[in-house]
Structures are given as structure tokens and as C-alpha cells.
Design a protein around this ligand. Structure first.
Ligand SMILES: [Zn+2]
Length: 244
């Protein structure tokens, strides 16, 4: 099987689903793509831009090697960090990419039922769902979302390997520190949800027939309204929902 792992930034996959990459790489043809090079991902203004982009490219390749993925299987699109919008040009470019590559499965950031509210992540997930929805039922790849709150696929985590891969993203030490502290809690909650594992990584496989029936938890609506960020969460294809 041909499997795509797509992320908005170079460190997203290790933070969420490194173990899925490790396991699936053993038996399938894996491609890792980061849509941006994360060139603005630092608080230090002097480091921002091309220099950081180059370093983060290598960090992702190093992290992928922890999962056994060769660096030639790690690619980058040229989108601007912070600039992934749900707009026609990006939608069409990614649609061509999806159709040309004929993936059997795609792992993308959760667009809606997420616990990580970065617009790049959410828009990228939306674009993948939107494009795959439009495909003929029989030619759709399976679609899995990571950092989701509605997970339905679980695997046991190897904590040491996961942390080793995360630590390759050295320029992201602030986020990494936060996530390394948080990961065992997330993994434990996933494990409880799985009903058979102690610590688990988890993803949500999209059920295309019922995707639009899923509802956002009520508490989210209160939070979004309070933060005035509700617009990001509007479903972009509302007018087309009847046809989906
Ligand atoms: Zn990210």
C-alpha cells in the first residue's frame, strides 16, 4: 500500500503519530510530506526565514530516520509557514497531487474535531477532506486524522522511540518540552479509550458516509465564541453539503 503522511510543519507528525509511521513503514510504501518548512517557527527573530527552513528540513529527515524512513521519502511543499488557507489555488494543487499519486491511505491533521487549533493544520486537513470527498467512492484513499478528539484507531506506543524522534526537532524545544510532558497524558487517555491498551497513539478514520453527521462538542462552541475564532471552524463546503 502507498501511504501519505502529510503535515503542516516539520515537527507535527512526531508530536502526534510517530509510532504509526514506524509500524506502517515496515510493511508499506511511505511518503512523508511537510506542506511548509516551518520557517517562522521560533521566537528568535534572527533565526526566522530560510536559515531556519533548512535546519527544520534536516530535523524532519533525522526524525524520519528514527522511524526507519529514508530521507528520499521525505518531501516538502513550498507553502509559507502560517499561510495555508482554504483557497482555490492550494486546494487545486493538492487535488492534483492526491490524484496523481493514487495513495491507498492518507494521514492528515484533524480539521475540525481537534485539540490543536493551528489554522495551518485545520486548513490543511479541510483541504484533504474536501478533495477526497469529491473523488469517486471507489477511488478514495482511506483518510485518517491525527490530533483528533474522536479517535477510532489505536496502536501501542513505544515511549522511548517516540521521544527520541520528537527530540530531533531541536529548534522547537519550547513546544517539544510542552508536548513531551503532555504526550503520556494524551497517550493514556487514548489507551483508556481503546479499552485494551495502556498508552496508545490514536487517529480518527473518516467514515465518509457519516462525516457530516458528526457534531462539535458543545463546550467547543462556547470556547470559540469567547475567543472569537468561530470563523475558522465554519465548514467551507456548507453550500455543497447536500451533494456530498
Ligand atoms: Zn504544526
Amino acid at each position: 500500500m502507498k501511504i501519505l503522511f502529510i503535515s503542516a510543519h516539520p515537527d507535527d507528525l512526531e508530536l502526534c503519530i510517530g509510532e504509526f509511521i514506524y509500524r506502517l513503514n515496515k510493511i508499506h510504501d511511505i511518503l512523508i510530506v511537510s506542506a511548509t518548512r516551518g520557517e517562522w517557527g521560533t521566537v528568535n527573530n534572527k533565526l526566522k526565514g530560510k536559515w531556519l527552513a533548512k535546519i527544520r528540513e534536516n530535523e524532519l529527515k533525522d526524525a524520519a530516520s528514527v522511524h526507519g524512513v529514508e530521507s528520499k521519502k521525505v518531501k516538502f511543499f513550498n507553502y509559507v509557514d502560517g499561510g495555508i488557507k482554504f483557497q482555490n489555488q492550494i486546494i487545486n494543487e493538492l487535488n492534483t497531487f492526491i490524484i496523481e499519486n493514487k495513495f491507498d491511505a492518507i494521514f492528515a491533521p484533524e480539521y475540525y474535531y481537534t485539540y490543536y487549533f493551528h489554522p495551518d493544520h485545520m486548513n490543511l486537513g479541510k483541504i484533504f477532506l474536501y478533495n477526497i470527498f469529491k473523488l469517486n467512492k471507489h477511488s478514495r484513499p482511506r483518510l485518517f486524522f491525527y490530533h483528533s478528539i474522536y479517535n477510532n484507531r489505536f496502536i501501542r506506543v513505544n515511549m522511548r522511540r517516540t521521544q527520541k524522534a520528537i527530540m530531533k526537532h531541536k529548534t522547537q524545544i519550547l513546544i517539544i518540552g510542552f508536548f513531551i510532558a503532555l504526550r503520556p497524558i494524551i497517550d493514556l487517555l487514548n489507551g483508556i479509550r481503546s479499552k485494551k491498551l495502556l498508552f496508545a497513539e490514536a487517529v480518527r478514520e473518516v467514515d465518509f458516509e457519516n462525516e457530516l453527521q458528526l457534531k462539535l462538542p458543545f463546550i467547543y462552541k462556547i470556547i470559540f465564541n469567547a475567543l472569537k475564532i468561530g470563523k475558522i471552524f465554519e465548514r467551507p463546503w456548507a453550500a455543497e453539503e447536500d451533494q456530498l
